[in-house]
Design a binder for this molecule. Structure first.
Ligand SMILES: Cc1cc2nc3c(=O)[nH]c(=O)nc-3n(C[C@H](O)[C@H](O)[C@H](O)COP(=O)(O)OP(=O)(O)OC[C@H]3O[C@@H](n4cnc5c(N)ncnc54)[C@H](O)[C@@H]3O)c2cc1C
Length: 402
């Protein structure tokens, strides 16, 4: 009679020498990828962990953008995951691997893939696609998604004040935008403005070297410090062809925002993988009272809390990517995932940071860096509250916000 081998191959190996992968992909989600996508993900993860993760710490501290990392990311195809036929699970796990290495870069490339490449590919004209997609896909050009305004954040759909007027075959676009990721370093801005003719919200492709586009960096952010958010003033005149033909009302953005909300859920998974890596590694090597921190019960409970939150987050995103593949992502699903997973990530961040003691507030030890970034995840792409209210509206049939 043969017996089934159930003991893991690594049982008996000292914990410090065991691959973290066992814990960070507890549910073995990556096994659902094709072998080609699996190999590509391994290559991406290796580059991100070995090259990008250490190289991102100093620019994060200095609030600078590490342009020198872009060619390596482009070579791995990270500028085109949305457009290259990759499965939703692969796209999610690639986002996740990016967030595990650096959350700011994952934010920038997430917006790039979902909201810039995605918007032009789905809503752009043939000319806009031919002009911009090849450069964007190779990360030779970057884009900025300009929706939020100084006076309108959560209520942007109803309140959007930037205007667009078509006169003599040219669009005059005027207004101010706030919090615009990559606003100061982007080559194009996708600007959302209200058409003065019919009050509908339209999307426009605005090259950032157009006279009248002015971006100034928002400094002193406590999280996502690499991301180069900007205040943008716009007073530009552009040919009629600058309008995105598929973006003639706000509902055009809804599908994009739904998918980018789900992507923030993947960021929460990647951030928690990083937190588990960091806290576990530290607890195994740091000794107090003559023993490794990892041997203390309360430290183990902390690590298990992060691992549990991570497993729940991974499971939810795995199922969501299946629904996405079938075209069944809904705003309720995306909003609940974003709100719930960023809440769990916040708990994981506080727990992991604590395990590092005083070093837990040094960004060079990374736990504090990730914790600060998780705060931004909780708030952007629709705040936690607004996403909960979207779910509440669906659950009750009553909107608590108009
Ligand atoms: C790091 C970062 C990157 C960003 N990147 C971009 C980008 O690239 N492009 C872009 O267009 N935007 C971007 N944003 C903007 C982001 O989407 C907004 O910050 C977000 O929509 C919230 O708007 P607000 O900050 O103006 O907050 P407000 O809308 O002023 O909300 C303030 C608080 O009030 C709460 N609140 C609001 N309304 C209600 C209500 N009805 N009931 C209960 N509570 C409510 C909110 O939940 C929040 O806690 C980014 C933001 C950040 C922080």
């Amino acid at each position: 009679m043969t017996t089934t081998q159930t003991t893991p191959a690594t049982a008996g190996t000292p914990a410090a020498n065991r691959p973290t992968e066992e814990h960070t992909d507890l549910l073995e989600l990556a096994r659902h990828l094709s072998s080609a996508e699996r190999q590509r993900l391994d290559r991406i993860s290796e580059h991100l962990q070995q090259t990008v993760r250490p190289a991102a710490i100093e620019p994060w501290n200095a609030e600078e953008f590490p342009h020198h990392l872009l060619p390596g990311l482009a070579e791995l195809g990270l500028g085109e995951t949305f457009a290259d036929g990759s499965s939703p699970l692969f796209q999610g796990l690639a986002h996740c691997a990016l967030a595990r290495a650096d959350v700011s870069l994952s934010a920038l490339l997430g917006i790039h893939n979902e909201l810039i490449v995605g918007t032009i590919q789905k809503l752009g004209s043939e000319q806009q696609k031919q002009t911009w997609l090849p450069k964007l896909r190779r990360l030779e050009a970057l884009g900025a998604f300009c929706l939020t305004e100084p006076e309108h954040g959560s209520d942007i759909a109803g309140g959007l004040a930037t205007s667009a007027t078509l006169e003599h075959g040219q669009w005059r676009i005027r207004g101010s935008k706030r919090w615009i990721g990559a606003g100061t370093i982007a080559d194009i801005a996708l600007v959302w403005a209200r058409d003065t003719a019919d009050q509908q919200i339209r999307g426009f492709v605005v090259p950032t070297d157009t006279p009248g586009y002015r971006a100034s960096k928002i400094s002193h952010k406590t999280g996502l410090r690499i991301m180069q958010n900007a205040d943008v003033d716009i007073d530009v005149t552009l040919p009629e062809s600058a309008a995105l033909p598929g973006a003639t009302s706000f509902s055009a953005t809804n599908e994009l925002l739904m998918s980018s909300r789900a992507w923030v859920g993947w960021q929460a998974v990647g951030a928690q993988q990083a937190l588990l890596d960091i806290a576990r590694g530290y607890a195994l090597q740091r000794e107090q009272f003559g023993a490794p921190l990892a041997s203390f019960q309360l430290i183990q409970a902390g690590l298990a809390t992060v691992a549990g939150n991570l497993a729940v987050s991974t499971a939810l995103m795995g199922e969501l990517s299946r629904l996405q593949e079938e075209g069944r992502l809904t705003m309720l699903r995306a909003s609940l995932a974003k709100a719930t997973l960023t809440r769990l990530a916040r708990e994981s961040a506080a727990t992991a940071r604590e395990i590092l003691g005083g070093n837990g507030i040094l960004s060079t030890h990374e736990a504090a860096k990730v914790a600060a970034d998780v705060e931004a995840l909780y708030t952007y792409e629709g705040t936690h509250t607004i996403n909960m209210l979207i779910a509440g509206r669906d659950l009750t049939g009553t909107s608590a916000f108009v």
